[in-house]
Design a protein around this ligand. Structure first.
Ligand SMILES: NC(=O)c1ccc[n+]([C@@H]2O[C@H](COP(=O)([O-])OP(=O)(O)OC[C@H]3O[C@@H](n4cnc5c(N)ncnc54)[C@H](O)[C@@H]3O)[C@@H](O)[C@H]2O)c1
Length: 271
């Protein structure tokens, strides 16, 4: 393998590893020689992800904990160090939206459910900050390490309906830049923090929003396609390369960046 892109033997903790994008990426990383920690909040789904991981190689483990539960994450941190002796990277994949924090077509902004809004902010923002504070301690000690956060197209443009999610993802962009700066200034140029900003990929959460049961696009799905020069949604595999790049020495001078993987959605005004 090209040494620039060699991630073999790297110990990589992936949160949201029971989901579509981060879960698929976790298995991709393992297939490329990494030792992967599958972190998710649902025991059955972690077991399922782990058994798929074990079919790739024995070098993996599962952690069942909520990304907002600092105590559980600390225990998880100790068990990863105990098993693998180090941590090379953290991929903060857990995240998503919640119906109550959405302003649907039949609602107006004044209907916003503040409780659900806070939950979405917490899951996406604190759910990235807390695991970072727990697992990045290894990077301080080792003097090297990588963090990859998940941003979104909604972080820089107003995407209708998803207010809480957009606010949280905008804050993740800021947190990515902030942590990149903090880590480099304090611990040197081997600790890097970046984000990927996926465009639109079909996941458990957005499938019904973007596609009808017969596979045709919903009205919203069609609006997304109209603003995507590639005229299609992404395939989950198309995020893996960006993650691989950001985890490897190929990006050794890259920190604080948010890499769009979006078929051109962010560069096209739609006309
Ligand atoms: N699918 C897309 O089009 C898209 C676009 C932009 C950004 N993203 C972001 O990519 C990331 C992965 O999304 P996905 O599409 O794979 O979604 P997904 O729903 O398939 O995966 C998210 C995972 O996070 C887990 N999770 C949720 N809350 C958790 C918690 N409190 N603790 C631990 N785990 C928790 C879920 O169980 C799930 O396995 C998310 O941050 C999402 O916001 C997705």
């Amino acid at each position: 393998m090209n040494e620039l892109f060699n991630i073999s033997e790297k110990v990589i903790v992936v949160t949201g590893a029971t989901g579509i994008l981060a879960g698929g990426a976790a298995k991709y990383l393992q297939r490329n020689g990494a030792k992967v920690v599958y972190l998710g909040r649902n025991q059955d789904r972690v077991n399922q992800a782990l058994s798929e991981g074990k079919n790739i190689s024995a070098d993996c483990m599962g952690l069942t904990c909520d990304v907002l539960d600092e105590e559980a994450l600390e225990k998880g941190y100790a068990s990863v160090i105990n098993k693998f002796g180090r941590i090379d990277a953290l991929v903060n994949g857990a995240g998503g939206n919640m119906p109550g924090a959405t302003i649907g077509p039949d609602k107006e902004i004044f209907d916003l459910n503040l409780e659900d809004y806070s939950k979405v902010m917490d899951l996406n923002l604190k759910g990235t900050v807390v695991p970072t504070l727990v697992f990045a301690k290894a990077f301080k000690e080792q003097g090297d390490g990588c963090i990859i956060n998940f941003s979104s197209m909604s972080s820089t443009q107003a995407l209708t309906r998803v207010l809480g999610y957009s606010n949280a993802k905008a804050a993740i962009d800021n947190f990515t830049r902030w942590m990149a700066t903090e880590m480099a200034l304090k611990y040197g140029d081997k600790v890097r923090v970046n984000a990927v900003a996926p465009g639109f990929f079909i996941s458990r959460q957005n499938k019904a929003l973007l596609t009808n049961e017969d596979g045709t696009f919903t009205e919203r799905g069609q609006q997304v396609i109209n603003k995507t020069p590639f005229r299609r949604f992404g395939n989950q595999e198309e995020v893996y390369g960006a993650i691989h790049y950001l985890l490897s020495d190929a990006s050794s001078f890259v920190t604080g960046s948010v890499l769009s993987v979006d078929g051109g959605f962010s560069c096209f005004c739609g006309v």
